[in-house]
Design a binder for this molecule. Structure first.
Ligand SMILES: [Zn+2]
Length: 219
């Protein structure tokens, strides 16, 4: 527990140092800090991001401000995601629902709205356990961001190739943790599928409201 506290303090210090070095900021619903100087490009991407997250209810939207750090270089991104491995496809990460860090590949509206969705679930209580199910967080982020890399067809065929019992996954949402390390197409595709089935069962058309209703039934 103590090491978590030290890690948190260290992270805050690194973050404060980072802000003072890279002072290019765009103030809005959130503060964006960019390592490169291409403010115009980022502005355009943020505008598109706002469009894709518009269909998430304000009920999910956090009232607190958050930071979005767009990194140009790997060392900058590693300050926020120390175990970043270029090969594993990671494009961004969200820390304590407060800081979104993006690497060079993550500077697009899909990844930004994915991470913003994680920020937006800060106050969403969707399980008796302290943490919400990962499949819910990730599935929601995939849907809100309009990320079409993980189609159900791909999920289905990858599951068959890998010999994963699809009915077991469908009936046991928490088995997502078991498959997450196998293959991102399968794990994110499964997460998206679970959340889509919640949305299909709901009378509510707004994604955010439908999820809030579902979560009420789970706690
Ligand atoms: Zn995610």
């Amino acid at each position: 527990m103590r090491s978590v506290k030290y890690a948190a303090i260290l992270l805050i210090l690194v973050f404060l140092a980072f802000i003072s070095i890279f002072s290019i900021k765009i103030e809005g619903d959130y503060t964006a800090i960019i390592q490169n100087n291409n403010k115009q490009e980022l502005n355009l991407i943020l505008e598109m991001t706002n469009n894709s997250i518009a269909n998430v209810s304000s009920k999910l939207w956090p009232p607190e401000k958050f930071y979005l750090v767009a990194c140009e270089s790997d060392w900058c991104y590693r300050l926020f995601s120390p175990f970043f491995d270029k090969e594993n496809g990671e494009k961004g990460s969200t820390i304590f629902h407060k800081i979104i860090a993006l690497n060079k590949k993550g500077l697009n509206e899909i990844i930004i709205s994915h991470e913003i969705t994680h920020v937006a679930t800060k106050n969403l209580k969707c399980a008796k356990e302290p943490r919400n199910p990962i499949w819910l967080e990730e599935g929601l982020a995939v849907i809100v961001s309009g990320d079409d890399r993980f189609s159900f067809a791909d999920f289905y065929s990858a599951s068959q190739v890998l010999g994963i019992d699809i009915d077991y996954i469908k009936n046991n949402p928490n088995s997502w943790q078991e498959i997450t390390l196998i293959n991102p197409v399968v794990s994110y595709g499964a997460a998206e599928h679970y959340v889509r089935s919640i949305l299909e069962r709901s009378q509510e058309k707004n994604i955010g409201k439908a999820i809030v209703q579902y979560c009420k039934s789970q706690t």
